[in-house]
Design a protein around this ligand. Sequence first.
Ligand code: ADP
Length: 152
Amino acid sequence: MRRAVFPGSFDPITLGHYDIIERGLTLFDEIILAIGINADKKYMFSLEERTRFMKEAFKNEPRIKVMTYKGLTVDFCRTQNAQFILRGLRNPGDFEFEKAIAHTNRKMSEIETVFLLTSSGKSYISSSIVRDVIRHGGDYTGLVPDTVRVNK
Ligand code: ADP
């Protein structure tokens, strides 16, 4: 069983994440979408909202699980018997950032990080841009799965 953890903040999940997850399902038997809990970070959506958006988006896909975790991603992978971390790459900035994390994780564990390049047309989407659009009352619906809706 090839099991991967896709860690992130998912504040909120976007069509960029969705694309990486769908394509990841061709490589792995199971993917755990793991929402990292960081007490120092301010989020737009609560943990409950972020979890619900993600669970609903994949409610018809039994090979996707949504979980939350605290602490090191590699420790969480071990508790879940996951051999892989899945991450997406949009641009050289992502690459530099992700490279350092992947090397560090590899130093601490035997877990491999697998990167998928964003599909063309999705590379500009980020949770922070979605949050900006929402904050300023713009139409965010083309950037996120239908399950992400704001009633604020
Ligand atoms: P983090 O806070 O860990 O950066 P995010 O939720 O912002 O968490 O992102 C999680 C993962 O999704 C990262 O690997 C990021 O590169 C990837 N990702 C985000 N947006 C896109 C996108 N548009 N295309 C491909 N990968 C993406």
